[in-house]
Design a binder for this molecule. Sequence first.
Ligand code: IMP
Ligand code: MG
Length: 185
Amino acid sequence: MKRMEEDVERILHSEQELKERVRELGKQITEDYKDDEPIVLICILRGSVMFFADLARNMDLRANLEFMTVSSYGNNASTSGLVEIKKDLDCNIEGRNVIIAEDIIDSGYTLSELKKILMTRNPKSLKIVCLLDKPEGRREGVDIKPDYCGFTIENEFVVGYGLDYAQMYRNLPYVGVLKRSVYEK
Ligand code: IMP
Ligand code: MG
C-alpha cells in the first residue's frame, strides 16, 4: 500500500505549530468566557474532530461537547449554498453560549447557513472558531467571519488534522497541501 505521506506536496502547518496555535485559541476562549455561563462547543463532523478534541482540552471552561453533521450540496465540488443537517444536536441551545468549531471556511456557505439555522433556536450567544480560513474562497454575498481563527491560508487544497480528500488523509497529524496528481489522475 502506498503511504499517505507520498501524496503530500508540502507541510503547511506542522504538528507542533498546530499544537501551539490551538493552545493559544483555547486560552483566548477561556479568557473570554471565564466569567460567563457554561458553553456548548459544537463539533462539525467529521473535519473538525481533531481540532475540536484538542481545542476542548485547552479550554478551562465548563462545557457540553456536542456533535452535528451537515452537508452542503450542489453541483459537484462547488457548494450551492444549501445546507442539510444529517445529524442534529442532541441538546437544546436556547439561552446557551454556543461556539461552533469548524475545520475550514472556504466559500462560507456552510457556516453562514448553519449560523442562520442555529440562531432560530435562540442561543444566548453564537460564535465561530475555525482552524483555517481561506478568505479568497469566499463567495460574493456570503458575509461570514470567524470570531476565532487558527490560521489564514492561501486558496489551496489542504488535508490532514481532520481535513479530507475523498474521505482520506484525515489522520495525517499535520495540515499539508495535497499533490495535484492525486486529484487530477
Ligand atoms: P464552505 O461552505 O465552502 O465554507 O465549505 C467548508 C467545507 O468545505 C469544510 O468544512 C470542508 O469540509 C470543505 N473544504 C473546503 N476547503 C477544503 C480544503 O482545502 N480541504 C479539505 N476540505 C475543504
Ligand atoms: Mg467540513
